[in-house]
Design a protein around this ligand. Structure first.
Ligand code: FES
Length: 158
């Protein structure tokens, strides 16, 4: 019988348009290799990150979430990244109370010039989450991950 496939974590990475998204782009154009496990979602600023984005990502099958943004004092929207920092700390505490390991949520500041640094942080996170194993949250008796309920079109339009 063949060996089972090794676990490859799925990580959702929220990036800021002005810094960390460009850092990831720079890493790509500079051919800096990093783990392909992170699916990047571009926001205009880390302050746009609603905590429900993180919860929905985890509930939809992600094994971890990476939040990135401009360094403190360098946010293009004055101090929105401080809001991101407060949300990150609150989320980590809330998730810990639900039994979710703190390594599954990480915050990284990365300027547009820090492609190598961002790539290294991604590799490190992937290794940590790989060691933790799949999240399977919210846990179901059959081991399957719950899918978020679809929002009826009338509610979206309202
Ligand atoms: S513009 Fe990058 S974190 Fe605000």
């Amino acid at each position: 019988m063949p060996d089972p496939e090794p676990f490859e974590p799925v990580i959702i990475g929220f990036t800021c348009n002005w810094c960390s998204y460009r850092a990831a782009d720079l890493a790509g154009t500079a051919r800096v290799k990093y783990a392909p496990n992170v699916r990047l979602v571009r926001l205009m600023c880390s302050g746009r990150l609603d905590p429900t984005f993180v919860l929905k990502a985890l509930a939809s099958g992600a094994d971890a979430v990476l939040i990135t943004g401009c360094h403190p004092g360098e946010c293009h929207y004055v101090e929105q990244n401080y809001k991101a920092l407060r949300r990150f700390l609150l989320l980590r505490r809330t998730l810990a109370q639900m039994g979710i390991e703190p390594q599954r949520l990480r915050l990284v500041w990365a300027s547009a010039a820090e492609g190598v640094r961002l790539a290294a942080a991604i590799d490190e996170m992937v290794e940590e989450v790989r060691a933790l194993g799949p999240l399977h949250w919210p846990a179901r008796p059959n081991g399957r991950v719950a899918q978020p309920e679809a929002t009826p079109a009338e509610e979206v339009m309202a």
